[in-house]
Design a protein around this ligand. Structure first.
Ligand code: DHB
Length: 305
């Protein structure tokens, strides 16, 4: 009998799937629907100190095998969002609070408020590719990553995960910096910075011009990043980017991920995707004789120099 249960830094998950930040996590009710659908954990929308409207429309473009989005970190601010978290907690699965801010002090302050709201862990958005002064502008510099991680760790007692950007020449340096800053796990990857131009309109389609690319097109990049990070850090790695099937989740697990987040695929398949991915992981494990997820974690590293 296969067992999909996984413990990430003390978070007890009944399976290795998590809702990725930014999809179906604006309200307590939408997060409850994901909990009921079988996700092992839920990451909230990225939340800041104060309310933000976000970028002007259009904020999303659908592409073959990908989405390009620039929402602009719209959110109600941590004080208003606390009621949504309270509702989401009724779902009985660990809630991970995604936070952003303009520097170590503000990020630590929001993380502290998230902890007070009752979340089980913090995910630091050090990787939004297009919000001025936030996300990847802080998260592309190893020294800043380390400082933010250290500051948040000093201000909360729950586990802290650092979500890193692939828009860098060395995600490995960022992962090492986050680990030096004391975080408990690495989440890789966030979206890739991109642009789509309308030849007819002679202008970029997104209101913000630049956006973050997600979906199946980025999966090989995500898998490569998890593979590289697994070789240089001791803390757990959580994989994200383009997962919509059990086999794709297993790619990340074999690269070294202990859990896998699912975001863009929900756009097409909705919350049932979580139980579908788990069923497919289980079928694969039965076919190939695995009884525990840990028997697959990182196995793609064996036998390679
Ligand atoms: C947004 C944030 C992200 O972290 C990302 O990868 C893409 C978009 C946003 O809110 O715009």
């Amino acid at each position: 009998m296969t067992n999909l249960a996984v413990d990430i830094c003390g978070l007890k998950m009944k399976n290795p799937t998590m809702l990725a930040s930014g999809v179906l996590d604006e309200t307590g009710k939408s997060m409850l629907s994901v909990a009921k659908a079988g996700a092992g954990a839920i990451v909230t929308k990225s939340i800041g100190k104060d309310p933000r409207i976000g970028h002007s429309n259009p904020t999303i473009v659908e592409l073959p095998q990908a989405l390009l989005n620039a929402m602009g970190l719209p959110n109600p601010g941590i004080d208003a969002y606390k009621t949504e978290i309270a509702e989401a907690l009724e779902g009985g699965v660990p809630i991970i609070g995604s936070v952003f801010g303009d520097g170590e002090q503000e990020i630590a302050e929001v993380a502290r408020a998230m902890q007070d709201a009752g979340v089980a862990a913090i995910e630091l958005n050090l990787s939004c590719p297009h919000a001025k002064g936030y996300g990847a502008e802080i998260g592309s510099v190893p020294e800043m990553v380390e400082a933010v991680c250290r500051s948040v760790k000093e201000n909360v007692s729950i586990p802290v995960f650092a979500k890193l950007t692939p828009n860098t020449s060395s995600i490995v340096s960022l992962a090492k910096a986050a680990e030096s800053g004391g975080v408990d796990a690495i989440v890789a990857i966030n979206t890739l910075k991109g642009m789509v131009i309308s030849p007819e309109a002679k202008m970029p389609i997104l209101g913000n011009r630049y956006g973050g690319l997600s979906g199946p097109a980025i999966r090989p990049i995500g898998v490569r990043c998890v593979y590289e990070i697994f070789e240089v850090v001791k803390i757990p790695v959580i994989g994200v980017g383009g997962v919509s099937t059990g086999r794709e989740a297993i790619e990340y697990i074999m690269a070294g991920a202990k859990a896998v987040q699912v975001g863009t695929a929900i756009w097409k398949e909705g919350p049932p995707i979580f139980s579908k991915i788990c069923r497919e992981i289980q079928e694969f494990m039965e076919e190939f004789g695995y009884t525990k997820l840990s028997e697959m974690t990182g196995v793609a590293h064996h036998g390679r120099t």
